[in-house]
Ligand binder design. Structure first.
Ligand SMILES: [Zn+2]
Length: 99
């Protein structure tokens, strides 16, 4: 299973409504910006329980994506990005581990 950039939101994790201008979580990747691609080339949402184990991979992909956009700083994890606060992608998966 390979992790690829979401084709629907291009890694942003959210999509903007063309009519209202409002942004919402991308349905395709559940706001993560990346999806699993299986051997058949079919994309699947990355389940929440997998976030922790793929976090470093996602971070590397995000760093690469930001570099492509000309951003030089360190990448933030999806749940650290202000834009995703209050969205599914804005939830810190590590926060649940304290329970
Ligand atoms: Zn997406």
């Amino acid at each position: 299973m390979q992790i690829v950039r979401c084709i629907s939101c291009d890694g942003f994790g959210w999509v903007e409504d063309d009519f209202t201008g409002e942004s919402s979580d991308c349905d395709w990747c559940a706001g993560i910006g990346y999806v699993y691609r299986d051997d058949q080339g079919v994309d699947h949402k990355i389940p929440r329980e997998d976030w922790e184990q793929v976090a470093s991979q996602l971070e590397a992909l995000e760093t690469q994506r930001l570099r492509e956009m000309g951003y030089q700083g360190a990448a933030k994890k999806p749940w650290e990005q202000n834009i995703r606060e209050g969205t599914k992608g804005g939830e810190n998966p590590y926060a649940d581990d304290a329970d």
